[in-house]
Design a protein around this ligand. Sequence first.
Ligand code: TRP
Length: 437
Amino acid sequence: MSNRENWGSKIGFILAAAGSAVGLGNIWRFPYMTGKMGGAVFLVVYLGAVIVVGLPIMIAEIALGRATNKNPVGAYTAIKPKGGWKLVGFLGVLTGVMIFSFYSVVAGWSVGYFFKAITGELNNIDSAKAGEIFSTFVANGPWQVILTGFFILITALIVVMGVTKGIERMSKIMMPALFVILILLVIRSVTLPNAGIGLEFYLKPDFSKINPEVVIAAMGQAFFSLSLGMGAMMTYGSYLSKKDNIPSAGGWVALLDTSVAVLAGFMIFPALFSVGGIQPTEGPGLVFQVLPIIFSKIPLGIIVGPLFFLLLILAALTSTISLLEVPVAYLIDERKWSRKKANLVVGLLTFLFGIPCALSGKFLGLWDLIWGNLSLSIGAFFIALFVGHVWKTANALQEISQGTKEFKLARVWAFWVKYISPLIILLILLSKILSSN
Ligand code: TRP
């Protein structure tokens, strides 16, 4: 996208950015993290992280992207040609590739489960059977690698043909559909026998369970789910028009994204505790084991199941498009590569790292932790420092004021981005080290 176009309207940007934000992070990662990290306590810290570190960084990233009209590396160098800031941009580009690699494995699971749902393999199963189906599925190495490669290929084909706008237009219809199905599934889940146990797990925080690991995970989940910390929102911001209101656009994206995640929790936990046999601490396979059980318990589950996985695949696709777009935009803008070559090379590199993720759950978890959590948190830390102290919040506010008649929290935001956000991120990242002696 070297010749920059603008989004048709603010709503166009919101939907595209929400398309990037809403994905497996909400439906797959959030419930599995919540289950692993103690339930309600994680939900509370996560919501806090969205507001305290997510929103301010969201506004900072969009403003930086719109002001510079660049990919992350270009954005830093446009403002500060010298110094190490370029490296932070590179970290973002690298993080994009690495998240894309493990993300594609889980997106591949969604494709696999779509077929399982269509062929009726998931019909009327209990939790033992659901667990068995999942472990047999992921143990099939060649099939896992094929599904992962397939998803990377589809994403690259869309990005190379430049039809991302078409996909985003399509997601304008499909995302509301996902939302509606999600709500229907939530209704079914919370009306199952003993749903109360799951609701209690999800909503009644036990603050004695709070520890550095929970807080680090919740902050990382906030960045991951909002697509922050590596420059994806920067890239999207670079396509936003000067007439548009950045804080309100960013706020809407955060609200939509967070609602989907919270709903996903309401879908998974009551069902999980209702049927029993699956532990909330199950890990990355959690959602894929619980969902078929819910489909088995609704009328027309045989139709709703495949439809749900289809919409999940589309939600994942709008996210992988944004992940791929960052390294591709960098190679095109800064290295003058052709769009084709950039897609081919990044796609192959992603596949290379996707293979170990597809073959080993341990590696997948490790990659998710390093790139999906730590690297994004480090990236967000540097974005706050850069906007707060190098670009300076006065310039950022000048950019924001274009299109925003009144940003009531301007001064709070500026202070926050300068001092509070970087400090909080740093303390949270260090909390594990600090608390271990
Ligand atoms: N936010 C997406 C999700 O929740 C994943 C994603 C897309 C992402 N682009 C990103 C995460 C950029 C971090 C950075 O599924």
